[in-house]
Design a protein around this ligand. Structure first.
Ligand code: TZP
Ligand code: MG
Length: 196
């Protein structure tokens, strides 16, 4: 998952490419402050990279941008469009990920047609304002209840990744540990080797 920070567009795209070369298997573009036009243009550039490596490309929040660039799908939070509406608009071929913090939210997302769930923040993070972290118990309650693949997110790094082993997750989503690394390829390689 991306965060441009102060990177130039070229450096940003290079980081993404390095992360993919390290083992990142899906890229989500998450931009909270760009105009629609700038988001669209950046999305086209990122998609050119993910297409080159044949990996899925997701857009955070903005279903319109996902449609406009023919992304693989969209990731939506609890305040975004309802999953069933997004599914109706996107059709059955696109991926929809939903952020869930409770078993109830996870079940609702599953019933509405989500393809995967994002659960967190599992650890302290500076990428997003978090009121309360998600406990390991809640994460496990979700993985044990829903059939969907669950991706853990929030403050995940080399230092704490082992704490997620045995929780039943399908994978992890990482922003700063990779995007702020001077060697994103190495960090991505280390993080993607964890067995869950
Ligand atoms: N949702 C929950 S935590 C988070 C999002 C988008 C931010 C994750 O970023 P980082 O830098 O990997 O903690
Ligand atoms: Mg969102």
């Amino acid at each position: 998952m991306t965060d441009r920070g102060n990177l130039s567009d070229q450096d940003f795209l290079t980081k993404i490419e390095q992360a993919i070369l390290g083992g990142v298997s899906c890229v989500q573009l998450r931009e909270k402050e760009l105009s629609s036009r700038a988001f669209y243009e950046l999305a086209l550039q990122v998609k050119a990279v993910t297409d080159r490596y044949h990996i899925p490309f997701l857009i955070n929040d903005r279903l319109d941008i996902a449609l406009a660039v023919n992304a693989s799908g969209v990731h939506l939070g609890q305040s975004d469009l309802p999953v069933a509406v997004a599914r109706h608009l996107l059709g059955s071929d696109k991926l929809i990920g939903i952020s869930a913090k409770t078993v109830a939210q996870a079940l609702a997302a599953q019933a509405g047609g989500a393809d995967y769930l994002g659960v967190g923040a599992m650890f302290p993070t500076t990428t997003k304002v978090i009121t309360q972290e998600t406990t390991r118990e809640t994460l496990m309650a979700i993985t044990e209840t829903v059939q969907l693949p669950v991706v853990a997110i929030g403050g995940i790094s080399k230092a704490n990744r082992h704490q997620l082993i045995g929780t039943g997750i399908a994978g992890i989503a990482v922003v700063s540990a990779i995007m702020r690394a001077s060697h994103p390829k190495n960090v991505a390689a280390e993080l993607s080797q964890i067995p869950f």
